[in-house]
Write a new protein. Structure first.
Length: 219
């Protein structure tokens, strides 16, 4: 099964797509073959749409089996495409890049430490999760600094011991450090994963693959 992918030659596939246990959401300008390879590896259906007319939707949407939280600039027709699978809510406030700001699985979310109460309530109610504020490797963009599934969490290699301990406590899952695309610590920028499988940026090394598989219990 093909694990390493690029989208239009770009190995940072997590910037352009978002996956849950049910679907992968990706922009229409990514070739069908690449999306089908991702669907096969993840065991999911495909939704093709932009978010606010943008193809960098991995940065603009966060989601799980219960719903999706997206940029406030998402269009009605884009919401309609996604709502076929789960409820969609716009993230209120000045922070718009929901995919960068929210690390989430089906039970827990870690969010940007400055996210306001109204936005946190939207995340909690739409995704049906307990919500905590925090950082990973002192980065506030926790959605790009890590990937969480219902089986494990892979985080930036510079995550501190206290940050890892906090994640282990709130997610109640194994947490490990790793990199993607030959040394990048921004895990979410290149890894799409769920409980059934994963796909990773094409520049990811065999050693990095091993860390991913161990952390997310695919080994």
């Amino acid at each position: 099964m093909l694990r390493r992918l690029s989208f239009n030659g770009n190995p940072f596939i997590g910037v352009f797509a978002k996956s849950t246990d049910e679907v992968i959401i990706s922009p229409p300008d990514i070739p069908n073959r690449a999306v089908q390879n991702a669907c096969n590896s993840l065991g999911v259906e495909s939704v093709r749409t932009f978010i606010g007319g943008s193809s960098v939707l991995g940065s603009l949407i966060a989601g799980n089996s219960h719903g999706f939280v997206t940029s406030p600039y998402v269009l009605k027709e884009e919401i309609a495409m996604i709502e076929k699978y789960a409820p969609v809510a716009r993230l209120p406030g000045k922070m718009t890049a929901a995919g960068n700001l929210i690390l989430v699985n089906d039970n827990v979310a870690l969010v940007h430490p400055f996210m306001d109460r109204k936005a946190i309530e939207t995340v909690k109610n739409t995704l049906k999760v307990d919500v905590y504020k925090g950082t990973i490797a002192n980065l506030k963009t926790v959605g790009m600094a890590a990937v969480a599934t219902n089986k494990g969490v892979l985080v930036h290699p510079k995550a501190s011991t206290s940050e890892i301990g906090f994640l282990e406590n709130i997610f109640d899952l194994p947490v490990d450090i790793g990199t993607v695309n030959h040394g990048s610590g921004l895990i979410g920028s290149a890894l799409l994963a769920n409980s059934k499988g994963y796909v990773i940026g094409s520049k990811t090394t065999g050693h990095e693959l091993g860390r991913i598989e161990d952390a997310l219990s695919f080994g």
